[in-house]
Design a protein around this ligand. Structure first.
Ligand code: GUN
Length: 293
């Protein structure tokens, strides 16, 4: 097999940001994204700072609130209530996961965010909107993957999509979005029988397992599309390197594949910014229609 097509997240993210910026140009108010993080896990520190920085770079307002890892649930809920009530805050993102020692419950916090400011698309109301095909904010990584497939003209209709991940953040919402595109979807997981046979049947294989080398060449359909969501940190010759789930041999089998880094990662951040612009637009439209009632 010749070299696979590399699905560049940078190119596809630039197209998505163009869409966000043309929406932005029509707004009278600068959308404001508020990112909240508990604790100082290095990966979370780097992701949250990047989200706030990229927002500013495309012309949004952004604030990053960095709280100590022993912040109480009540204090966090108080902050979220204030942000919900603030008409100049349009998007709220609380970075997950919380530090191991934290007693704050993820579900309680996610449900406290107003659904229309939930730029992560993780509130149960947005989950319900997604599964019932209604307008709402869609989770950033799955929506980013769909934008990337669109950018490269990869049509999902009648295709078999296998997703190795069943989380609320990736697997489940991505399955809903692929169904909307008329794919036949399988969610595989750690207890799937004969995983290799299941993944090998996939026209589009999405992996978000978090294990280096988990996807071997035998697990991939020759010529198939592989979307590697994982970012695993490894040390090579004393230096840190980021790699996905795919063993290097997968590049000899796949027809198209996302690199790590530079694949899905940039799409997730861009979709967050896109969601912030969308959330602001809808909030401004709603406040105009209620003020003219
Ligand atoms: N941690 C890793 N990815 C995400 C994400 O998309 N949203 C939030 N809130 N936390 C994350």
């Amino acid at each position: 097999m010749s070299n696979p097509l590399l699905l560049s997240g940078d190119a596809a993210a630039a197209a998505l940001l163009d869409r966000a910026q043309s929406e932005l140009a029509s707004l009278l108010v600068k959308p404001h994204l508020h990112v909240v993080r508990l604790g100082d896990d290095p990966a979370s520190v780097s992701y949250t700072r990047m989200k706030a920085r990229r927002a500013k770079k495309i012309g949004l307002e952004s604030t990053l609130t960095e709280l100590p890892s022993d912040t109480s649930e009540a204090a966090l809920l108080e902050l979220i209530a204030a942000l919900n009530a603030d008409p100049l805050t349009h998007g709220i993102l609380v970075q997950l996961p919380f530090p191991k020692e934290s007693a704050v419950r993820e579900a309680v916090v996610l449900e406290a965010i107003h659904p229309d400011k939930d730029v992560d698309g993780l509130h149960v109301v947005n989950v319900g909107r997604l599964w019932s095909g209604r307008e709402g904010l869609r989770p950033c990584t799955p929506a980013g993957i769909i934008s990337m497939l669109d950018f490269y003209g990869i049509d999902l209709a009648r295709k078999s999509v296998v997703i190795v991940n069943r989380s609320q953040l990736v697997g489940k919402p991505l399955a809903a979005l692929c169904l909307e595109r008329n794919a036949t979807v399988t969610i595989a997981h750690s207890r799937t029988a004969d995983l290799e046979a299941v993944t090998r049947a996939a026209d589009v294989l999405v992996t978000a397992v978090g294990r280096v080398g988990f996807i071997t060449p035998e697990m991939v359909k020759p010529g198939g599309v592989v979307i590697d969501v994982s970012v695993n940190r490894i040390v090579v010759d004393g230096a840190d390197r980021l790699v996905g789930d795919c063993a290097s041999g997968v590049f000899d089998v796949a027809g198209a594949i996302t690199p790590v880094p530079g694949g899905v990662g940039p799409m997730t951040v861009s979709h967050l910014l896109y969601n912030t612009v969308l959330a602001a637009k809808r909030q401004l439209e709603r406040s105009q229609s209620t003020s003219s009632d």
